[in-house]
Write a protein that binds this ligand. Structure first.
Ligand SMILES: C[S@@+](CC[C@H](N)C(=O)[O-])C[C@H]1O[C@@H](n2cnc3c(N)ncnc32)[C@H](O)[C@@H]1O
Length: 233
């Protein structure tokens, strides 16, 4: 996947939020690490000891083969990372995972497991697309259909641009971003703050060549990504 919009308005802001809170060698869990590209980048950029966890053994196998800066990979089974102890993490990030989850109970379950992994006071950084931005064609994604309004858990199709310029469709679920603070508090996190990065901010945060390489008209008009940060109580 090309993921240009994510590398402009998403991941660099996740890394910035983490860099303010964790130091070199501290443990960062990437919850739902997928193929490991973002985890690998975080390990190199932050100097953290990154642990990638995912429900998919196939994704973990791919990540092990292609993301060598990540220290360990673990399977999430029945909603738990049994290999990792309570409070083992100095920080957790979770990028584009919740859209796969079909119910609010499942979202709360992920937050609860993340809370278990975090030591008290440690930060959690969540990156998600806003389903209210439906139908807009961004550089590398389109969320749902134009003119549609999606309620919590509604199915929607996300189109992701591949590096060859073609589009891949993924069936996802809509989780309005204002649902997260209440669920995070129920899971035992506090001081929830949400931020919607803009293209102007990205000019000083994202990769300079990426930011300067396009005009980003859709991303400027309606930025589609929201970063939610919280602290383990
Ligand atoms: C769209 S990918 C995102 C991968 C990576 N975080 C990124 O930003 O590139 C979503 C990943 O979340 C994983 N996933 C889905 N449900 C999960 C759950 N309940 N717990 C942990 N991982 C999950 C999937 O297997 C998949 O690898």
């Amino acid at each position: 996947m090309e993921a240009a919009t994510d590398w402009l308005l998403g991941y660099p802001f996740v890394f910035r939020a983490l860099s303010r809170r964790i130091g070199s060698g501290e443990v960062l869990v990437d919850y739902g690490c997928g193929p490991g590209k973002v985890a690998d980048h975080a390990a190199r950029l932050l100097g953290a000891r990154v642990l990638g966890v995912d429900t998919s053994p196939e994704m973990l196998a791919l990540a092990r083969a292609s993301a060598p800066a990540v220290a360990e990979y673990h399977l999430v089974e029945d909603g738990r990372v049994t290999a990792l102890a309570d409070g083992c993490a100095d920080a957790v990030m979770c990028n584009h995972v919740l859209a796969s989850l079909p119910t609010e109970e499942a979202v709360l379950g992920v937050f609860t497991e993340i809370r278990r992994l975090l030591r008290p006071g440690a930060p959690f950084v969540l990156l998600a697309t806003d389903p209210a931005c439906s139908g807009t064609e961004y550089a590398s994604l389109r969320i749902g259909e134009p003119g549609r309004v999606y309620g919590p858990g509604d199915e929607l199709t996300v189109r992701l641009r591949r590096t060859d310029g073609s589009w891949q469709e993924v069936r996802n679920h809509a989780w309005p971003v204002d649902l997260y603070p209440g669920l995070l508090e129920r899971a035992g996190l506090r001081e929830v703050v949400q931020h919607r990065p803009s293209v102007d901010e990205a000019l000083t945060v994202a990769d300079a060549d990426l930011a300067a390489g396009r005009a980003w008209p859709a991303e400027r008009a309606r930025p589609p990504l929201v970063i939610t940060t919280a602290l383990a109580a």
